[in-house]
Design a protein. Structure first.
Lengths: 362, 688
């Protein structure tokens, strides 16, 4: 690594290193199925910094910026990893600026110490993130009462953890769980398996059947890819539909999300999210038609079991991408959310913007 | 029992004395003091002596009979009560008698007064109209005090007819008092010496007089106490007011400077000038005297319009800044006497420079840079090739559009919605066109429904007057309607607002706190004139009856010159058409009733406006009064200029309305973007 060549894009394209941040990120995710995307992003950023080992703070910031750009551009579902990148970037900037202002004379040594601190504590991030899921489970399971019927949309590790905690630890509550399929990624099937394995009475319904059964449901729990500044949540497609239906029937709608998923975004409309495929692209049965692909769906469904066994959400995402131009994420407005269960406690949607502002301004 | 201690005895005497409702002074030995209290008339003296004797007797009796003190007391109380009851009874009877008499008298008086009151009521009603906004200070109240002041400082003899055609004889007594007060308070001050300087002050205030002199006078008659005291205060501090503030007051009142941010900027600039010119009077400290001086200016300033929230926040900051001024300095300014005059002046200059610099920083930090931050954050909401809609005029939005157009080279359509009576949107459109915007639509709020139905709008961008802590947006009246329509059409409403405009106030409706503007702004005076002049064609010829129908199109054109109100034009044309028909009928009638000559005298009496006279031929002389009423009525349908004398008509010209948080998608401040529910966070953590 030469100091003259500080442009991160140049560094990465120069190809002196075998690590590519995208591969690194995917590798982290596949290694540990419990790892969330923001944490994986932070991990891979630290790894990149380790390999490049910048000697000045400007170089470090450049590397981080370039890596973040590369990562968000190359990963299709970049919302929650963006949250992780934001946190990391903010953390670095804050420390670098405070170091510079406090002791200018020894800034070089403090930079070194900060760097080593950053490298050493990589594992701490992962541990904390896993811990935060337990905290969420602890806070959230108190919402569950005996005899409840709970609706879960799609697959979320936080929600599953929460349900398991309620079943096994927290007074061994008895409740039943209704799981919606969560098309097109079909994460609901994954949820069903995990819950049934842990002796929780559960059943799977199609996404389209939610409204027909919702009046029997007592609570709705969903996870989140990201929680936005407005207090809304970005999650698997269909979540906002469930939210609206739940609001209409006055059923409490809880979002379980770790605080590192708070993302500095402010979507106004459900389609304000970055989408790789535009659902508003209309074609007839010409060259661009995907009717054949949709017909192939049947055979893909046959092979769904294999996908499930692999247990990787990312793989499912890829399958989902192939057969439809459906967006895989949507945005649920804060109006539909009763509370957000985080590792910092149970927050109302409007408290999120406070948390985010504290993160960025203090 | 036979031996009663002396102190107890004196106690008895006291009690007895009390019972006859007179405390007789008792000395230490228990003997009653014989000296009567001084300053009594003969009669009183006699009575006092009587009572003294009675008290003595009682005391003796108590001693002789050996009655216990308590028994004596009780007896006395009983007796007193009896007497009182009797007295009360008598009084009550008398009262009833009196009341009956009174009621009779009152009834008579009421009957007498009824006619008088009916007449008075008309006058009163116009000033005591609906109390929907009765708690708010009206523009009339504000301006009448300004006008009064203007008239005073522009004329040496009070109560004279002034430049505005305003006679205020009812105020003379007030001024006499206050002027004498001024004379005593500020030493040798003569009217003549002040004339030259104050005449210019009056000039500043001239252009704000949209109020009829009559209404001012009426105001002063009805609110004399409250208003006159305010005016008095103003008059007393009149010579303290800085010319910049006078000028500013004029600009505010005449809406030359309008909008929360421009007003605040102008205020900061004015205060800078004011501080520069200020010199601390001897014997006081800058911190204290400047604050006092400022409050004089502000008292005057709020007579033009109430302070905006941004101005209020600035003033609060500024006063706080003054209060800590020079405290950190090494040689405190407070030791004025020990420091030499020269040094003192030098310190003062330094402090003033410090203040001015701080104000400049405040302006940059809270308004100019804040706006840049907001613009950068909000710019991505304007899509290239999209369409945004806005309301009235907002400085931060102007900056935003400027940035999007010139810096980011975006092409987009802007729809500016506007409303009466300020027409701020017109200014906005002009400013935008100067920037080179080609795709601007200007429309009135009445066409809101059509615009939202037909055009594909990406977002609503609004400025703010203030943001309340419960998330409500306080903005120019009409914004709420726009937001509501946008919400209905699922279009996001984005508010751009500097942190300076956040306030801790909570408000649930726009009635409790609002600014009442001049109702006469809604009843346009120029329109009344245009009605008179409508029947004059562009060449200046008065159109006669014969050529009227042929030239109707010309009239239409002519009317358009004066006002663009098609509906009004249509109505008046329709009326004229009807009158024309009436005229024809009348002519027929005339043929039939030639003997009825009286009515025909009034035909075509040369009225250029609308042939009002032509109606009057119908029924002859006996219905003259009725016809007058009719013609009056006709006038009313055209204009409500006579609303002041009409007790059943209220005109409210409010300045702001509240947009509930449910209509607002996002508020963009320099601290970041937030939903309206999170406004308290900003107030709590970032605004100190």
């Amino acid at each position: 690594m030469t100091e003259t060549d500080t442009s991160p894009a140049a560094i990465i394209t120069n190809g002196t290193q075998k690590y590519n941040i995208k591969e690194l990120y995917l590798q982290f995710l596949s290694q540990d199925s419990d790892l969330t995307m923001p944490i994986a992003a932070i991990e891979s950023l630290i790894q990149i910094l380790k390999t490049y080992n910048p000697t000045t703070s400007a170089e470090m910031i450049n590397i981080i910026n370039g890596s973040i750009k590369e990562l968000t551009e190359n990963i299709p579902n970049s919302i929650s990893l963006r949250a992780g990148c934001d946190i990391f970037y903010r953390f670095v900037i804050k420390h670098l600026t405070s170091n510079d202002s406090n002791n200018k004379s020894i800034s070089s040594t403090s930079f070194e110490s900060f760097k080593s601190h950053l490298f050493d504590n990589g594992q701490l991030f992962i541990d904390r993130s896993k811990l935060s899921r337990f905290k969420i489970a602890e806070y959230g399971s108190q919402f569950i009462k005996d005899g409840d019927i709970i609706l879960v949309h799609g697959y979320s590790r936080s929600v599953i953890q929460l349900l398991l905690h309620a079943k096994l630890k927290n007074a061994k509550k008895r409740f039943k769980v209704l799981i919606s399929e969560g098309r097109p990624t079909n994460g609901g099937i994954l949820t069903l398996k995990k819950l049934r394995d842990n002796d929780i009475y559960s059943n799977l319904i199609s996404d389209t059947a939610i409204n027909s059964i919702l009046h029997k449901v007592d609570k709705v729990f969903v996870g989140a890819e990201g929680v936005t500044e407005s207090g809304g949540c970005i999650n698997l497609i269909g979540t906002s539909t469930v939210g609206i239906l739940a609001k209409e029937k006055n059923i409490p709608f809880y979002v379980a999300a770790e605080s590192h998923k708070f993302v500095r975004m402010f979507p106004l409309m459900p389609n304000d999210l970055p989408m790789e495929q535009d659902p508003l692209r209309f074609v007839t049965s010409g060259d661009d038609s995907k009717v054949e692909l949709l017909l192939d769906e049947a055979s893909l469904l046959e092979s769904r079991k294999d996908i499930m066994d692999k247990n990787t959400k990312e793989h499912l995402l890829l399958v989902g991408d192939r057969y439809m131009t459906t967006p895989i994420l949507d945005f649920t407005k804060y109006e539909y959310i009763t509370a957000i269960i985080t590792d910092l406690g149970i927050k109302t949607p409007s408290a999120i913007s406070e948390e985010l502002m504290n993160m960025w301004y203090d | 029992m036979s031996e009663i201690p002396t102190d107890k005895l004196s106690g008895v005497a006291e009690h007895a004395a009390k019972n006859v409702e007179l405390v007789v002074p008792v000395d230490a030995d228990g003997d009653l003091l014989s000296e009567p209290p001084a300053g009594l008339s003969n009669k009183e003296l006699k009575e006092w002596k009587k009572k003294e004797k009675a008290a003595k007797r009682l005391a003796k009796k108590a001693q002789q009979t050996g009655q216990t003190v308590q028994e004596k007391e009780e007896e006395a109380i009983l007796l007193k009560e009896k007497k009182q009851q009797q007295k009360l009874l008598q009084m009550q009877q008398e009262k009833i008698r009196l009341q009956k008499q009174k009621i009779k008298q009152e009834q008579e008086a009421i009957n007498k007064k009824k006619k008088l009151e009916a007449q008075k009521l008309k006058m009163l009603n116009s000033s005591q109209k609906s109390n929907l906004f009765g708690h708010l200070e009206t523009a009339q109240e504000r301006k009448s005090s300004l006008l009064a002041l203007a008239s005073i400082i522009s004329s040496s003899n009070f109560g004279k007819i002034t430049a505005q055609g305003l006679a205020l004889p009812s105020l003379t007594h007030l001024f006499d008092q206050s002027v004498s007060h001024v004379g005593t308070s500020s030493g040798a001050k003569t009217d003549d010496s002040d004339l030259s300087s104050s005449a210019s002050a009056a000039d500043y205030l001239v252009n704000m007089s949209t109020i009829l002199p009559a209404s001012v006078k009426k105001d002063l008659d009805t609110h004399t106490n409250e208003l006159s005291s305010q005016i008095k205060d103003l008059i007393i501090s009149q010579d303290l007011i800085h010319p910049t503030v006078l000028k500013l007051t004029g600009s505010y009142a005449s809406y030359n400077i309008v909008g929360s941010t421009p007003r605040c900027l102008a205020l900061i600039d004015a205060f800078k000038e004011l501080v520069l010119d200020y010199s601390t009077p001897p014997g006081t400290v800058l911190n204290r005297s400047l604050t006092q001086y400022l409050s004089h200016q502000i008292n005057f300033l709020i007579k033009s319009r109430p302070l905006s929230v941004s101005m209020g926040n600035f003033i609060r900051w500024f006063k706080q800044r003054i209060s800590v001024l020079g405290i950190s300095n090494d040689n405190p300014h407070g030791k004025a006497s020990s420091v030499s005059n020269m040094k003192r002046k030098k310190i003062e200059e330094e402090l003033k420079a410090e203040l001015i610099e701080d104000m400049e920083t405040f302006k940059n930090e809270k308004i100019i840079v804040a706006q840049q931050v907001i613009v950068n954050a909000a710019c991505h909401h304007i899509p290239d090739g999209g369409c945004v809609i806005t309301y009235g005029y907002s400085q931060v939005l102007f900056e935003l559009f400027k940035h999007a157009k010139l810096t980011e080279k975006k092409n987009f359509k802007i729809i500016v919605i506007d409303s009466r009576p300020l027409f701020e949107g017109k200014r906005f459109v002009e400013d935008l066109q100067e920037l080179g915007f080609t795709d601007v639509i200007y429309s009135l709020i009445t066409s809101l429904g059509y615009i939202f139905d037909t055009m594909s709008i990406d977002c609503v961008l609004l400025g703010a007057h203030s943001i309340l802590s419960n998330g409500f947006l306080n903005s120019r009246v009409g914004s709420a309607a726009l937001s509501m329509t946008a919400k209905y059409h699922n279009i996001p409403v984005i508010v751009c607002c500097e942190g300076l405009k956040f306030t801790n106030r909570v408000q649930l409706d726009s009635l409790t706190f609002n600014e009442l503007a001049d109702p006469n702004d809604l009843v346009s005076r120029s329109e009344e004139e245009s009605i008179v002049s409508t029947n004059i064609n562009p060449d200046g010829h008065v159109l006669d009856d014969v050529s009227f129908i042929d030239n109707s199109s010309q009239v239409g054109v002519c009317k358009n010159l004066y006002r663009n109100n098609l509906l009004e034009q249509f109505i008046s044309e329709r009326e004229q058409h009807l009158k024309q028909q009436q005229l024809k009928k009348d002519e027929l009638n005339k043929l039939n009733e030639k003997e009825n000559g009286k009515g025909s005298q009034q035909q075509n009496n040369g009225l250029s406006g609308g042939n009002k006279g032509s109606q009057q031929q119908n029924n002859g002389a006996d219905s003259d009064a009725l016809l007058k009423a009719k013609s009056k009525k006709n006038k009313k349908t055209k204009d409500i200029g006579n609303w002041e004398s009409n007790p059943s008509l209220n005109i409210f010209n409010i300045m702001y309305d509240l947009t509930p948080p449910s209509y607002i998608s996002k508020i963009i401040t320099e601290y970041g973007a937030l939903p309206p529910q999170s406004v308290p966070v900003i107030l709590r953590d970032y605004i100190k």
